[in-house]
Structures are given as C-alpha cells and as structure tokens.
Design a protein around this ligand. Structure first.
Ligand SMILES: [Zn+2]
Length: 152
C-alpha cells in the first residue's frame, strides 16, 4: 500500500464539516504522527500535503477547528506560527481559505504589513500569495508600493 492510501486508512473520514480524527499513533501530544517519506511528520500536515501540495517555507498548517487530531483538509489552513498561536478562527478572521481565493479577495492593512514582513524574511510573492488568498500579482503590487502605499 502506498503512503497516501496507508495514511487515509488511519483517519476517520466523515462529512466535510465534521472533524476527521486521526485514530493511529500520536507523537505523545494530541497530534497524530505518521512516517512520511521516511521521516516522522504530524498527521494533519500530511493531510494538507496530500491534498494541497507542499507547505510553503516558514508556514504552518493550522486548524480552524482547534482539534489537533483533526485531519480534515477542509479544517486546515496555512498560516504563520503566530497565526497558530493567535487562533484566528475563533476571532472570526480565519475565513475559509477556499472562500478567500475565490473571487477578488480584499486585503486588510494588517495583511499588507504581514506581506511586507514575510517579504523581508525572504519569502517570494509566489509563496506569500496563497497565504493571503490573493494573486501573486497583487502581492507584487503591494511590495512595489503601487497599492496600499499609505499603510506604514
Ligand atoms: Zn476539524
């Protein structure tokens, strides 16, 4: 059985809205542990990678549902470590990443400052864009100061 099939046999897959709990071993905390490409990885991170591809450098996979065992890709989003700690979902800011990507997502002043900060850390606009749910072009516009120039 390949790693992907083996992985999903350990997850209680339910409807899209429900939590899909990891039902195999954990790393000693609440988080599921799974050996992926020969190294131990957290189960929910594997769920993200299998569904969406690589996790951008410097980013974390966060839970909207606040359930560390949950591996439902619909309950996961990409954020910074700080986002994780801040628990954006409970503050009502963690709208579905899918929703933000559809249509013309609007940036907030806070997003703009975050974009500049991530860029200063060496992240490319290609990597920042999915995090903010907007296009790479829009990130470049921000970084060039073509838009949101007034935000300091
Ligand atoms: Zn969940």
């Amino acid at each position: 059985m390949d790693a992907e099939k083996r992985f999903w046999t350990k997850v209680s897959q339910k409807s899209n809205d429900e939590c899909w709990n990891w039902n195999a071993g954990t790393d000693g905390t609440e988080r599921g542990a799974f050996s992926f490409h020969g190294k131990p990885e957290r189960a929910y991170r594997v769920a993200w990678i299998l569904t969406n591809g690589e996790i951008p450098d410097g980013m974390s996979v966060c839970h909207k549902c606040d359930n560390p065992r949950c591996c439902n890709p619909n309950h996961l989003f990409i954020g910074t470590q700080a986002d994780n700690a801040r628990d954006m979902w409970n503050k009502g800011r963690g709208a579905s990443p899918r929703g933000e990507q559809s249509g013309r997502a609007k940036l907030t002043e806070e997003n703009v400052l975050e974009i500049r900060r991530l860029s200063a850390q060496g992240l490319s606009s290609r990597k920042i864009a999915p995090r903010m749910g907007v296009s790479k072009t829009q990130i470049n516009e921000v970084l060039r100061g073509n838009i949101w120039k007034h935000v300091r």
